[in-house]
Every structure is written in structure tokens, then in C-alpha cells.
Design a protein around this ligand. Structure first.
Ligand code: ADP
Ligand code: MG
Length: 487
């Protein structure tokens, strides 16, 4: 049963997230072993991951650069002097017995991510840090006594984005993950796929009475494989904590796992204070110095970010915030529309074509906008033809558009010509059709004369049909009105 609102209102909710993103590098963070997803177990494993004596890690420079890109996108401070640390723990998924991570010198310090919640509230969520680390392997538990280990993932490059305890609703948390996923995809640093685990989110959740001055004990929830589940998990965990508090029971600091089928969290292990990871700088890796020169080079590779494109769409193209939001949701679509808008001034039409015919085609064919056969310039040409009265929208979207998708190389005007789609706005071609229609519907003409004005629509429809949509509606209407006066 959902908790009564008054009870919920007694508590202040505190949420902090830790998001791991697998970086899109072809090899692991400290070795040349491949890092692609979905390979047969233990086929992407070499001597470094297996921790053979005498082997040494070597930093993947690209992974480092991708982490800096994320930091720049989040307005973090980029650390100039970076050290990698060993986090010691024993677990079968990590043969070395320690994970290489960054403890005291995260590559990015502070920063923020601007989120937009479902209610339309826009706010900045403060980041504590973004650091680089290697992933661990995967333990595969079976129903029987066996546990299998797949080390393909061990050593894969990750960034961990750690927020301040700065959110207070599950809605904000899911908006945060949504925004981070959008950012990493725009930056092309992670595929953002939560089902495959390339983007993972741990949620830290605590409650405190509204007038309390110290945070409550936090519980860390793991294993949420979708944004929806991040939201659900936080909400059920909050209910559980509030129920305990209401009964006067203590909330223990622990790690819990979310079971989406049961929609419940379950305790895994009591943690944190008990752990001693004995962090110390990894003596096998030298410090990484980020020079002005290097940072400048990385800045030059930064793509346009969703927020920047959103602002451009609203202020320069005068699109509504709603349209701008939909169009910047994914990078391929945003860039396509932006390109169309560099070829036409009718920005609203560009947006409508994108959200209408183009998006339907992309969905049906499961393609992204950068794979769309019609070049932005071609779409702009259709828009111009319509605006010039040479084509009407229905004919353009139903006949020209499919033909262009099939023959993207053929010049637009040539296709219009070949298909005979050019709109007739000259009286000589439209008048005979009007006369034909009026002759075919004598009864309706009489009715119209008696004052049934609405019949004009029927006559218009008939003329359009008989001209196969090519008659220019405005000319047709003027001629029709005149003709009806005459008969
Ligand atoms: P730990 O030492 O347990 O790793 P950190 O201080 O590093 O804890 O924080 C880990 C995450 O937990 C961060 O995202 C932080 O925002 C969040 N967090 C810290 N304290 C709380 C709290 N009382 N309630 C909710 N989240 C918290
Ligand atoms: Mg910590």
C-alpha cells in the first residue's frame, strides 16, 4: 500500500548517485586486450588481466582523453597532476587482488549536470568527481553449486561519475541518469546501453527528519538495469526506510540489490565502515600530467552539446522548447535538423519534417538520422519547393519523399519532373477540372447556391483528387468561388 503523504512529508530525502560508464575504447584501460561486448567468456583476456608476474600496466591515452571530455561537458575542474591508486580487495573477479582507480586525484573535480524533471523543473545537480578506473570481471552464479568467472570485462576502461548527495526525489535521480546517458552519447564516449551494462547506476539513499541536522545512514542500491528501475528502486527503498523509521527501528548502512520482478530491495552486505581498501599510489604507473597544450587539443574535439543545441534551436531557430527538446534528445537527429536549417530559413518546417515523415521512416527502418538516405540539403529543397507554391505538402510527403528515399542521388527537381508532381497554379490547367467537377455534381451546385456554403470543401476535395493533388489549393479555391458565382 502506498505510504500516506503526511508521513512521507515528515522526512527529507537525500540521494547521491554513482554512475559507471564503459568508455568506447577498443582496448582495455591498462592493456592492449580487446574490450568489445558480447565475446565468448574469457576470450578477451591476456597476461595483464591475469596478473602474470613481471607484467606492467600501460595507460590507454584515449581513455584518459574521453574522461576529460566528460569533465569538460560537466564544467568540472580538470586535474593537471593525476595519480592512479590501488584499491585492494580479494574477489575472484579481479585476479590482481586490487583494482586500479583514482582515489585522491580524480581526473575531474566538481562540476554539474543540468537536469530537467518530468514536471519541467530545471536544476543543476552538483558532481563530486569523475574518476577513471578499470572494470572487474563478472561472476556468473548458477542454480547449482558452481560459480563461473568471465574475465572479459576485467580491465575495461570506466569512468565513475559521483554526485554530491544533492537530489531529493527518484524523479530527479532518473532525470540525472537520462541526462548523463544523453551526454555520453553526444560525446561519443560510451554507448549508454544500460541493459548490456555499459552504463550502470548505484543509488545512495537516506532519509532524515525535516528538522534534523545530520544526514541519515545511507543505503546503496545496486543492479538497476534501466532508468525506470532506478526510479522504482529508489521509491521502494524510501518506503522501506520510512517504515523502519516510523517503527523506531534503526536503518543500517548497507548495500542492497534491487529485484525488479519483486519490486523490492534485498540486503547484500553491510559495508563501508568495515572495508579497508588500503589505497596507495600504484607504483607501476607514473603520474599523468595534463599540459595546457593537451587540454587545448581535447577541447577542440568537443562536439556541440545537447544544451547548446537546445539553446540554438530556441533562440536562433525560434522553435518551441517542446520541439527543441524532442529534437535534441538524440545527437544524430539534432545534427540533421541543424544541417537542414543551414539550407533553409523555414526552421519550423525543418522541425516538422524531422518529427513527422523523417522520424517515422527512421523508426520503421530502425535507422539513425546519420544513416538517412536524403541529405539535409535535399530536405531543405523540398521545403523550398513547397514554400514557393510549386508543390503541396501532401504530394511532397506521400509521393516525392518516398521517391527521394529510394533515389537519393537523383536531383530533387528531376524527380518532381519525372513523377509529374509539379503543382499546377496556372488557371488553364485547373479550370477544365473545376468545370468537370461542377458538371458532375449538379445537385450539390444547387444546394450550394441555396446557401449550403460547406459544400465548397467537397468541391475542393474533388478537384484536388482529379488533379492528383497537384492543383495549387489557393488558386483552386479562388477559381472555384468565381466559377460557382457564374453557374
Ligand atoms: P563512501 O565513503 O561510502 O563511498 P561517499 O561519501 O564517497 O561515501 O559517497 C558515495 C555516494 O553516496 C556519493 O554519491 C554521495 O553523494 C552519496 N552519499 C553520501 N552520503 C549520503 C547520504 N547520507 N545519503 C544519500 N547519499 C549519500
Ligand atoms: Mg566513496
Amino acid at each position: 500500500m502506498p505510504m500516506r503523504e503526511e508521513i512521507r512529508q515528515k522526512y527529507r530525502v537525500v540521494i547521491g548517485l554513482e554512475v559507471h560508464a564503459q568508455l568506447l575504447t577498443s582496448s582495455k584501460i591498462f592493456s592492449a586486450e580487446p574490450s568489445s561486448f558480447g565475446a565468448s567468456p574469457n576470450t578477451q583476456v591476456g597476461v595483464i588481466t591475469l596478473a602474470h608476474p613481471g607484467t606492467l600496466p600501460k595507460l590507454n591515452k584515449r581513455a584518459f582523453e574521453l574522461a576529460i571530455k566528460m569533465g569538460l561537458a560537466c564544467k568540472s575542474e580538470i586535474s593537471r597532476h593525476n595519480i592512479f591508486d590501488r584499491k585492494n580487495y580479494f574477489y575472484p573477479d579481479l585476479p590482481k587482488g586490487y583494482q586500479i582507480t583514482q582515489d585522491r586525484t580524480p581526473v575531474c573535480k566538481g562540476g554539474l549536470v543540468t537536469i530537467k524533471t518530468k514536471d519541467g523543473v530545471v536544476r543543476d545537480v552538483k558532481l563530486n568527481r569523475i574518476h577513471l578506473e578499470e572494470d572487474a570481471g563478472k561472476s556468473i552464479h548458477t542454480d547449482g553449486p558452481d560459480t563461473f568467472i568471465d574475465l572479459n570485462r576485467a580491465g575495461v576502461a570506466l569512468i565513475e561519475i559521483v554526485t554530491e548527495p544533492d537530489m531529493s526525489t527518484a524523479d530527479e535521480a532518473s532525470a540525472f541518469v537520462t541526462e548523463v546517458r544523453k551526454l555520453v552519447r553526444y560525446l561519443d564516449i560510451c554507448d549508454g546501453n544500460m541493459e548490456e551494462g555499459s552504463l550502470r547506476c548505484d543509488a545512495n539513499v537516506s532519509i532524515m527528519l525535516k528538522d534534523a541536522t545530520v544526514f541519515g545512514k545511507k543505503v546503496e542500491i545496486k543492479n538497476m538495469n534501466s532508468i525506470r528501475n532506478v526510479q522504482r528502486a529508489i521509491n521502494v527503498e524510501l518506503e522501506r526506510q520510512i517504515e523502519l523509521a516510523e517503527k523506531g527501528e534503526a536503518i543500517v548502512s548497507e548495500t542492497r540489490t534491487y529485484d525488479a520482478d519483486k519490486d523490492k530491495t534485498f540486503g547484500m552486505r553491510e559495508k563501508e565502515e568495515l572495508n579497508d581498501y588500503r589505497y596507495f599510489p600504484d607504483p607501476d604507473l607514473s603520474p599523468v600530467i595534463v599540459s595546457d597544450e593537451w587540454l587545448k587539443q581535447i577541447k577542440q574535439t568537443m562536439p556541440a552539446l545537447p544544451q547548446e543545441l537546445f539553446n540554438k534551436f530556441v533562440s536562433e531557430y525560434k522553435l518551441s522548447e517542446y520541439d527543441a527538446n524532442v529534437l535534441t534528445d538524440s545527437k544524430d537527429i539534432a545534427l540533421y535538423v541543424d544541417a537542414v536549417c543551414s539550407h533553409t530559413k523555414n526552421y519550423k518546417a525543418a522541425a516538422n519534417w524531422m518529427m513527422g515523415p523523417v522520424k517515422s521512416w527512421l523508426n520503421e527502418n530502425q535507422k539513425s538520422a546519420d544513416q538517412f538516405p536524403i541529405k539535409p540539403q535535399g530536405l531543405a529543397e523540398i521545403i523550398e519547393l513547397i514554400d514557393a507554391g510549386k508543390l503541396n505538402f501532401t504530394v511532397a510527403s506521400q509521393r516525392l519523399f518516398p521517391a527521394m528515399v529510394q533515389n537519393p542521388q537523383t536531383p530533387v527537381l528531376q524527380l518532381v519532373e519525372q513523377l509529374g508532381l509539379s503543382q499546377q497554379s496556372d488557371q488553364n490547367s485547373i479550370l477544365p477540372i473545376i468545370e468537370e467537377v461542377l458538371k458532375a455534381f449538379p445537385e450539390e451546385v444547387k444546394q450550394f447556391k441555396k446557401g449550403k456554403d460547406a459544400l465548397i470543401g467537397m468541391f475542393m476535395g474533388e478537384v484536388m483528387k482529379r488533379s492528383q493533388g497537384k492543383a495549387d489549393p489557393k488558386t483552386t479555391k479562388d477559381l472555384l468561388v468565381n466559377k460557382l458565382k457564374e453557374v
